[in-house]
Design a protein around this ligand. Structure first.
Ligand SMILES: Cc1ncc(COP(=O)(O)O)c(C=O)c1O
Length: 409
């Protein structure tokens, strides 16, 4: 017998997600996700896979052949790259400027690499000189960095890092989950060897697929660690000369054979997520990658203008702020949980809390993907204004949305 709870239809409330991600998915992405499944080796499906590879080459501004999806959330992409390029005992340098640098270090440590870190205080970024000095000191096999760290809202400049890595023969990996298409990142021009992202921020999709790209140099290195599992292995498959990758699921060597001409039967593709990832890319390409970055800057700046007009202080080095997230100091004497709670229950708008040293000190407000829009910015500002004043705030009243409107003019 079913009880009432078991037979109820899933019916989530209407929310406007204005935190650091996830955000509301673009309705076109949701429609693509609901398309019917087809067989994994149906030529239509392999055609979709090739099309998805081509679309993400445009998103990443790369010619890399090996541009594909990892089935899983963004950290699946991070783990696939790090476990495929780092042998146990290899040295990796991880510059940490927030929570997600710690995540890269943690994943690299679990892979068995020797992890070296350098840190700047949360709210700052590294200079190329700091990175080069650490590379000279550590002599790592890999440099692993985050571009946009949502925990601090900072966007690490990367344009000179690839040259430094090439000069010292270091593989350059970047996690751009939170920054891709909201901030500039031309993978080839900036000489990245590996780049992985997620859908749930500026790409306007749900989490669950991690697009990534590998330079030829990086792909060649991974091929040296090749091992094809028994059961699908044929006489043509030979092992690489380097120790094999310790994960089966995340072995990029086998995943390349799956996405490439061989179509090796590795995992069963998460077809609905592929539809979704492909549609996210199509929508951005239709808009233009550079236009998409410019839209994130426009709405991010409008949010900043409104927040400042509300008399609130913003967190971190503004010259290096990501276009798509803003850290806002919680005003003294204000119950932060009441304000956030009221925004959610009375206005249906979600803004974010924060982690680590910033916990309880700042809110994080996102303007990204489908929600990098004028109406979403104005609604968020007007409701934050109302909720702050309903909770005893004494700063300027009624000016936030007006200031943002003026910014748009
Ligand atoms: C920069 C960065 N890296 C990695 C992640 C982890 O992503 P996921 O939760 O999709 O695994 C996030 C999530 O917010 C992120 O912002």
């Amino acid at each position: 017998m079913f009880n009432n709870t078991q037979v109820q239809t899933l019916n989530p409330p209407q929310r406007l997600l204005m935190g650091p991600g996830p955000i509301n998915a673009d309705p076109r992405v949701l429609r693509a996700m609901s398309a019917q499944l087809i067989g994994q080796y149906d030529p239509v499906m392999t055609g979709f896979m090739n099309e998805t590879m081509a679309r993400y080459r445009e998103i990443f501004k790369t010619k890399n052949e090996w541009t594909m999806l990892i089935d899983g959330t963004s950290r699946a992409g991070i783990e696939a790259v790090l476990c495929s390029i780092l042998r146990p005992g290899d040295k990796v340098l991880v510059p940490i400027m927030g929570r997600f640098g710690h995540l890269l270090a943690e994943i690299a440590e679990r892979v068995g690499a020797k992890v070296h870190t350098i840190e700047v205080p949360w709210g700052e970024v590294f200079t190329p000189e700091q990175i080069e000095k650490a590379i000279v000191d550590v002599k790592p096999h890999v440099l692993a960095m985050v571009q946009g760290d949502t925990s601090t809202t900072m966007n690490q400049p990367l344009e000179h890092i690839g040259d430094i890595c090439q000069k010292h023969d270091v593989l350059f990996y970047c996690d751009a989950t939170a920054s891709i298409v909201g901030n500039e990142l031309p993978a080839d021009e900036w000489k990245l060897d590996a780049l992985s992202v997620g859908l749930q921020k500026c790409l306007g999709g749900p989490s669950g697929s991690a697009p990534l790209t590998l330079s030829d140099k990086c792909a060649d290195w991974i091929q040296k660690r090749k091992k094809v599992e028994a059961g699908i292995r044929t006489a043509e498959h030979t092992d690489g000369t380097e120790p094999f990758v310790r994960s089966n699921y995340f072995d990029l060597g086998m995943i390349m054979n799956y996405w490439g001409e061989e179509r090796l039967n590795h995992h069963t593709e998460a077809t609905s997520m592929l539809y979704c990832a492909s549609e996210c890319a199509r929508i951005v390409i239709e808009e233009g990658v550079d236009n998409c970055v410019a839209r994130h800057k426009l709405h991010g700046d409008a949010m900043l203008t409104g927040i400042q007009a509300l008399g609130l202080n913003v967190f971190g080095d503004l010259t290096h702020k990501m276009n798509n997230v803003l850290g806002v100091y919680i005003p003294e004497g204000i119950n932060a949980d009441h304000v956030r709670g009221q925004m959610l229950t009375d206005f249906g708008i979600e803004i974010g809390t924060s982690f680590g040293p910033l916990h309880g000190k700042i809110w994080r407000i996102g303007t990204m993907g489908y929600n990098a829009r004028k109406d979403a910015v104005l609604q968020t500002l007007a409701s934050l204004d109302a909720c702050l004043h309903a909770n005893g705030y004494k700063g300027p009243k009624g000016e936030a949305a007006i200031a943002a409107l003026a910014h748009y003019k």
